[in-house]
Design a protein around this ligand. Structure first.
Ligand SMILES: O=C(O)[C@H](CCc1ccccc1)CC1(C(=O)N[C@@H](Cc2c[nH]c3ccccc23)C(=O)O)CCCC1
Ligand SMILES: [Zn+2]
Length: 306
């Protein structure tokens, strides 16, 4: 039977209380181990190293130490994203088969980034200027976990147009999990400044991303060139998503995007392939020549994918 799990609470990086924080009793107290889903969620602490990490624990069920805050956020936001995919799309974890979700926080020193390494989500603490601990942003956590969903579905190759689509899917599902604003990473980007973010879906140009094919950036497929500008050219599909959501709403859009991602997109999809995948998904759900289908087509035409 399930080991004893406890609902505790914690304080996040931005000073907010995260409750419930699903814990499991371990030898020296309680661990960030959430047994409330098919897939267990574990949150580990790399203690500012880059090689190993241990489960974050506390002697009681209140995780309110400063050095626990990044773990509290990673743990809570992983559960929030797990619940989003399960409750909204009936997808049980990122693989649809109840895979465990494991995160590592306090990765390296002043590390201004986060990533999905194929097994774990890994979060830096930032340098306190450009970023604070990146797990504090629910849209960043959803962004990383959506890379895992994409890997287990469309498997969009991480370069050039398929790579920019991969990036865009992560930003778009980041929005669906955190629909309060059109910004990506606003809760952790420049902690000293309010109202800005890493990227904007509504206005990609604000952060030097193209929002139309006529501004597509042909960059080299190298690490230096961001593998053909996957974090740059994602502005174009991001803008198309913003236009679609603005026209037909979040609920219809997320159903269309999820169906396209899991049923129609394949690993080398171009922006044009994405337009047809989303058009087909809209047609399947809302009918051929439906308003929803037409608005998807209009959005992609507006960004020059025609
Ligand atoms: O998941 C991703 O696409 C990004 C993964 C970046 C990465 C890849 C491989 C090894 C290490 C790191 C991480 C995020 C990202 O968009 N990073 C961008 C922007 C960025 C963040 N920190 C940076 C520091 C320097 C330059 C760019 C950046 C990037 O790495 O380009 C996603 C949400 C927030 C951070
Ligand atoms: Zn990404």
């Amino acid at each position: 039977n399930k080991i004893e799990h406890i609902a505790g609470s914690g304080v996040g990086v931005n000073g907010d209380t995260k409750k419930p924080l699903n814990l499991t009793e371990v030898s020296n107290g309680y661990g960030l181990q959430d047994e409330t889903h098919t897939g267990t969620i574990h949150t580990y602490d790399a203690k500012n190293g880059t090689s190993n990490a241990t489960l974050m624990t506390d002697s009681d069920t209140i995780f309110n130490d400063k050095n626990q805050a990044a773990g509290v956020d990673a743990h809570f936001n992983a559960a929030k994203t797990y619940d989003y995919y399960l409750n909204t799309h009936q997808r049980d974890s990122y693989d649809g088969n109840g895979a465990e979700i494991n995160s590592i926080v306090h990765y390296d020193k002043n590390y201004n980034n986060a990533f999905w390494n194929g097994q774990y989500m890994v979060y830096g603490d930032g340098d306190g200027q450009t970023f604070t601990s990146l797990s504090a942003a629910d849209d960043v956590v959803a962004h990383e976990l959506t890379h895992a969903v994409t890997e287990h579905s469309a498997h969009l190759v991480y370069e050039n147009q398929p790579g920019a689509l991969n990036e865009s899917m992560s930003d778009v599902f980041g929005y669906f999990v955190d629909p309060d604003d059109w910004l990506m990473g606003e809760d952790v980007y420049t902690p000293g400044k309010d109202g800005d973010g890493l990227r904007s879906l509504s206005n990609p140009e604000q952060y030097n991303q193209p929002a139309h094919m006529n501004a597509y950036q042909d960059l080299p497929n190298t690490e230096q060139g961001d593998y053909g500008g996957v974090h740059i050219n994602s502005g174009i599909p991001n803008k198309a998503a913003y236009l679609t959501i603005s026209k037909i709403g979040k609920e219809k859009s997320e159903a269309i995007y999820y169906r396209a991602l899991t049923q129609y997109l394949s690993s080398n999809a171009s922006f044009l392939d994405a337009k047809f995948a989303l058009k087909q998904a809209a047609s399947d759900i809302y009918g051929a020549n439906s308003t929803e289908e037409q608005e998807v087509v209009n959005a992609w035409n507006s960004v020059g994918v025609s």
